[in-house]
Design a binder for this molecule. Sequence first.
Ligand SMILES: [Zn+2]
Length: 355
Amino acid sequence: MRRLLIVVLTALLPTLLNAQDVRNIILLIGDGMGLSAVTMMQFDDIDKKTIFDHSDNIALTRTYSLDNRVTDSAAAGTALATGTKTNNTYLGITPDGRWLESLTAYANKRGMATGLVVTTYLQHATPAAFYAHSENRHNYADITRQLADSHIDVAIGGGMHYFKEEYGTEDSVARRLNKSGYTLVRDMESLSRCNPRQRVMALLADYDLGADSGSYLAEATGEALRLLDKRSEGNGFVLMVEGSLIDGMGHGNDAEAMKREMRSFMGAVECAVEYARQNPSTLVVVTADHETGGLSIVSGNADFNLSEQGIEYRWGTDGHSAQMVPVYLYGTGAECINGIMENSELGQRLKMLIE
Ligand SMILES: [Zn+2]
């Protein structure tokens, strides 16, 4: 019996130790990034390993929502952010109206700093799952008001249009945001001059940052890490970064555009992993909310017994698919998460790591 106990404890020990060691979590979500999108990038330069190939651990998540085997970004974002599944179009709320606490809200209550960085507007489903509660992900007026009063310390993305619709001119938006302690920032140059003591709302576009935003996501991730690192004063932080436009390129069945958005997302992942290598109490989690496009990679020649003469990208849908999505883990605590799990279970485990 005693021997059995020792064996069990020895097996659990690495998990327990590492769980206590995780101070910062950087969660990167590729919206619509299925395994095929990752494989596509591996084939982009077959001789070179991608940042995904360098992960310390991997897992898979089941993405279905409570009311549909094919999830939307609101239900999937809610599962990842709060640890609870809900219906499609619901944000931070159960079908019977119960509000759910997100990972960032949970971190905020524990005195940690929090941030969001996206390529789309900050009121879009994935980022909104971290601060908003609504039955309808498209109720942008309500979601914008919740963002103006949110617990997020550093928010970087687009979305000025919805703030103006709610509060009027840019000046009145700035005044409204000031009331809840935010400094409004309109460009990367001003963002780089922000002081970590300021709470920052960087609204860099009316809607999204646009396809082909190049190194924006990696640079914005770097700025968020600079601010949160100082702001957290050793108490830790949670940062969510979304490669938001991968999804749109999947909806458009455009492989080249999807590769471009994947490259932009991978730049942000590299930035996060580099931070984790230099700051050992950091866990980096890279995943997707769902797969978009039903992408498959097939032999260009129907007879694949012959030597290869090219590959083709084939699309199964212009919507989302029900496939499981990958999870890549890097840094401290990476061994705490593996296997096949519900997307909501991944959300729960992240909360447990900062308990
Ligand atoms: Zn989509």
